[in-house]
Design a protein around this ligand. Structure first.
Ligand code: TYM
Length: 332
């Protein structure tokens, strides 16, 4: 059976982009793949996290996965720091990947901003840890949103260089699964910017844990332009906010952009926003309720994470041994 690995950072503010671009697809892929879903706390600390907030977010991401429908018995849900294989393999891959490859990573450039000298070494090496996450399980497929594509290309490059350097066929060349119509959900305040956990404005994103009133308010306040909705897809040219809201509608309704335009084209934004808001509340409302129910019992979430970590370690231990033998490390 093919094996899936994917992850979410516990950096707070899980949002509609994380849901539509990643977590909802995971729910749909379980059963057809052996699935391992990880709360990547080692990745989170590449930028400063308050310890108490990190603990809360780690549980909240696990709760979101379960509330959205990932079954933690059939699949593995765990947090990255609970399986040391990730950090161990990341070190090996730090010695395989080239500085030049990492220098080309656009996410590092965006996150480090102008002050690159002051970014953590971990933020620079972040993609190697991500490659280690995937390769420690010899995962064949990785379902993610569009923004992770470059990191997955690097994962393939690192795997190929390792195999080639040592003359082995140890790591698979992982396939990205960028699925659905909402692979890149944009900010509600600026249709040219990605919806993101780190945007300072709460109004830029719908959080997975938002209640009906918050969802409705954020959609009502979402930036638009003065024209009514276009009647053809061509009419979305130069109208990023309209394209984003229609795209979100299509994804939530499990439909496509053409059908949503056929139904809503020509209407004023105010009407359309009411429909969109009802749809978002109907989809996210029950997930938010279930997240809150799960978060009321942190010991239960911790038990799920512990069980997942044990099963994760059982998969990666022999793979790490194979890697160490290949490199020429003596057995301890
Ligand atoms: P993260 O935590 O930023 O996002 C988690 C998932 O959500 C997707 N996503 C989006 N999809 C559509 N529109 C958006 N606006 C949007 N924002 C986020 C992301 O593509 C991702 O699938 N580096 C990863 C975490 C990671 C990982 C891995 C993923 C660590 N190791 C191994 C896959 C495999 C990240 O920062 O995701």
């Amino acid at each position: 059976m093919n094996r899936i690995f994917s992850g979410v950072q516990p950096t707070g503010n899980l949002h509609l982009g994380n849901y539509l671009g990643a977590i909802r697809n995971w729910v749909r892929l379980q059963g057809d793949f052996e699935c391992i879903f990880c709360v990547v706390d080692l990745h989170a600390i590449t930028q400063w996290q308050e310890p108490a907030a990190l603990r809360h977010s780690t549980r909240e991401v696990a709760a979101a996965m379960i509330a959205a429908g990932v079954d933690p018995r059939e699949n593995i849900i765990f947090h990255q720091s609970a399986n040391p294989s990730h950090a161990e393999l990341a070190w090996v891959l730090n010695c395989v990947a080239r500085m030049g490859w990492l220098n080309r990573m656009t996410q590092f450039k965006e996150k480090a901003g102008k002050n690159r000298e002051n970014a953590s070494v971990g933020l620079f090496a972040y993609p190697n840890l991500m490659a280690a996450d995937i390769l420690a399980y010899k995962a064949t497929h990785v379902p993610v949103g569009e923004d992770q594509k470059q990191h997955l290309e690097l994962t393939r490059d690192v795997a190929a260089k390792f195999n080639n350097d040592f003359g082995v066929d140890l790591f698979p060349l992982t396939e990205p699964l960028i699925l659905g119509t909402a692979t890149r959900v944009m900010s509600l305040r600026d249709g040219t910017k990605k919806m993101s956990k780190s945007d300072p404005s709460e109004y830029s994103r719908i959080a997975m844990a938002d209640g009906p009133d918050e969802i409705a308010k954020k959609i009502r306040k979402a930036k638009t332009d003065p024209e009514p909705l276009p009647e053809t897809a061509g009419g979305l040219e130069g109208r990023p906010e309209a394209a984003n809201l229609l795209g979100i509608h299509a994804a939530l309704a499990d439909s496509d952009l053409e059908s949503v335009i056929a139904e809503h084209g020509g209407r004023p934004f105010s009407d359309f926003k009411r429909d969109l808001s009802d749809l978002a509340v109907a989809t996210l409302g029950p997930i938010g309720d279930e997240m809150r129910r799960l978060m009321a019992d942190p010991a239960h979430i911790d038990a799920i994470l512990r069980d997942g970590a044990e099963r994760a370690r059982a998969i990666t231990r022999p793979i790490l041994e194979e890697v160490y033998d290949t490199i020429g490390f003596l057995r301890p």
